[in-house]
Design a protein around this ligand. Structure first.
Ligand code: 59J
Length: 568
């Protein structure tokens, strides 16, 4: 008897289809496949966010190394802006020792209680970066690093500091938190001062925290140092004197510019209001502008000597030429030009001495239409002075062609035009320098420029004498006199102008002068804006500042006295 099973013994050995073992194998394969598919689904869908995060979490990056910003100094090397290296200490909590003694020493060196340090480390326990202390002096950081505690690292940064504070604030300017120049010389020469940052390869985590410093790619190239023309001794002194007069007369502000009469270098340039550049949080934006360079005003009578130079250039006019200024006023077009009083007959020297608007106008109207405009233009007015200073004002010098007599006349005594204090000082260098005008220079000049001959040496020297008369006892500018030195200069009292016209009781008080007369070394312009308490005349407010500042400056500069004082 045979059975179907008995016919196929071999089949039983190879596990027939439908047998228990076969089904078990298929089951295993299916389980494996399901697991694989499940894992794929898991990886692609469910865990994707987590894994992507982990991938991003540690990335290779190129980080910049801050370059040392160049120093700004005065002409004798005194620091005006310096970048001091600071050290920020950080730690990788994963590498910090658990050891209590080491931690205690670390806390002590950081000037921190051990509890506070433990607390901080605890807070960052799952991170790989934490600051221990930021922006320390290298001297303070040294003892901490000397402990060589594993996991403690240093990071180098720079901090800008302005040793002269508010005294030279608007000239030097400021940088922002990123060490970029925002104002003044810091802005004008930012590229030069900044240098070039270096590069290094680092590993950072997703939040930008440094995990590992790998290697240097490029060393940082430090910025250049800049030497300004300013003499810090004169700058401090000028600031102090200007501040005293602004306080005394409760003025809105003031400006002082002192130029070297031989080189055009700006030896002092100070403005009020000012600000402390070391306290970025509390910068008063009113004090930010370097008004001596960026702000213009109607100069009024301090322009008379410059207008007079155009007349003296002609054969028609000499210092002795007499002009009738009676009756002390004059009608032109629809305007009335007035003098302080009726001076009757005045020489050209007398017109400057008494500051006669009528006399100056009569002279101006006898000159060719464009003569005074040309002279002002040659003196640099209405043009950018070219110092490269940000916001440098060009001022305003409208062309005279086809102008009314009243406009030509008012231009001759300083109205209808606008100048900056620096432009005015530069124009006066022509009188000081045998007729050669020197452009203002904010940087120390290795080779002083020749200057441009804009008036004849004869006219410049005649003017110098006429201006010296103004500073004699009894004259309008007597308070500008400096003991021991011969001084020349011109006062100005200018009604301030608003939209509704000239104001009745708001003035600018001015003095522009040169010293010493026998061999001019400095040109100084003083402007006091709206003195509200006491006097307001240029001869009473600005002239005394000129006297104090110029007297001290000449002594600091070791200029030999050129005047024998009368013995008592
Ligand atoms: C002045 C002006 C305004 C503008 C006048 C000052 C004019 C004028 C229109 C009256 C004070 C005042 C274009 S005077 O600087 O002449 O410095 O010691 O503001 O004349 O025409 O109550 N300066 N100042 N003028 N305007 N317009 C004199 C003079 C000057 C002095 C004194 C007194 C003005 C001697 C001025 C000084 O030389």
């Amino acid at each position: 008897m045979s059975t179907p099973q008995g016919d196929m013994p071999s089949r039983a050995q190879t596990a027939p289809l439908g047998s228990g073992r076969y089904r078990f194998m298929v089951f295993l394969v299916l389980v494996a496949l399901t697991a694989l598919v499940g894992r794929i689904v898991d990886l692609h869908v469910i865990d994707r966010l987590f894994l992507q995060g982990q991938g991003d979490a540690r990335t290779l990056r190129v980080e910049t190394i801050d370059a040392h910003r160049g120093m700004i100094t005065g002409r004798h090397g005194d620091p005006l802006a310096i970048s001091t290296p600071v050290v920020s200490l950080w730690a990788n909590p994963q590498e910090l020792p658990e050891d209590g003694v080491q931690r205690m020493l670390l806390a002590k060196a950081l000037d921190m209680s051990p509890e506070k340090l433990d607390e901080r480390i605890e807070r960052y326990a799952d991170r790989e970066f934490m600051y221990l202390r930021r922006r320390m002096t290298p001297d303070d950081a040294q003892p901490v690093l000397a402990l060589k505690v594993p996991g403690v690292y240093e990071q180098h940064e720079y901090k800008r500091y302005y040793p002269s504070g508010e005294v030279a604030a608007q000239l030097v300017g400021v940088t922002n938190v990123d060490d970029r120049g925002q104002e003044g010389i810091e802005l004008a020469y930012n590229g030069f001062l900044a240098g070039q940052p270096g590069k290094r390869r680092v590993i950072k985590d997703r939040k930008g925290r440094l995990v590992r410093d790998l290697h240097l790619i490029k060393e940082a190239k430090p910025g250049g140092n800049l030497t300004l023309a300013v003499d810090l001794r004169l700058q401090y002194m000028a600031y102090r004197e200007l501040k005293a007069v602004v306080d005394e007369h409760d003025a809105d502000g003031g400006t002082l510019v002192m130029m070297d009469a031989r080189s055009g270098e700006v030896l002092a340039m100070t403005n009020l209001p000012s600000y402390n550049p070391n306290n970025r949080a509390e910068i008063d934006t009113n004090g930010l502008r370097n008004q001596a360079v960026t702000d213009t005003f109607e100069p009024g009578s301090v322009m008379k000597p410059l207008a007079m130079s155009a007349a003296l250039e002609t054969a028609q006019f000499t210092p002795q030429r007499v002009i009738d200024t009676a009756p002390g006023y004059m009608r032109l077009d629809n305007y009335t030009i007035r003098d302080f009083r009726n001076y009757e007959e005045l020489s050209l020297a007398g017109i400057l001495l008494h500051s006669s608007n009528v006399g100056m106008s009569r002279v101006a109207l006898q000159l060719p239409e464009d003569a005074i405009w040309n002279r002002y233009h040659d003196l640099g007015l209405g043009q950018a002075p070219g110092t490269g200073f940000p916001g440098e004002a060009t001022g305003s010098l409208p062309t005279p062609f086809g102008w009314s007599d009243s406009k030509r006349a008012s231009m001759s005594y300083g109205y209808g035009i606008a100048v900056s204090a620096m432009q005015l000082a530069s124009a006066y260098t022509a009188i000081a320098n045998d007729g050669k005008r020197l452009p203002p220079a904010l940087l120390k000049q290795p080779d002083p420029p020749e200057g441009q001959q804009v008036m004849s040496p004869q006219v410049a020297n005649d003017l110098l004498q006429m201006l010296e008369a103004i500073v004699q006892p009894g004259a309008g500018g007597s308070r500008a006199a400096v003991p021991g030195y011969r001084v020349a200069g011109k006062t100005g009292t200018v009604r301030k102008v608003t939209r509704s016209g000239y104001q009745q009781s708001a003035y600018r008080s001015l003095f522009a002068g040169i010293a010493p007369v026998s061999d001019p070394r400095i040109v100084t312009v003083v402007m006091v804006d709206n003195p509200k308490k006491g006097d307001y005349y240029g001869g009473l407010v600005a002239a005394p500042v000129f006297s104090r500042v110029v007297g001290k400056a000449l002594r600091l500069l070791d200029v030999l006295p050129d005047k024998q004082e009368a013995m008592e």
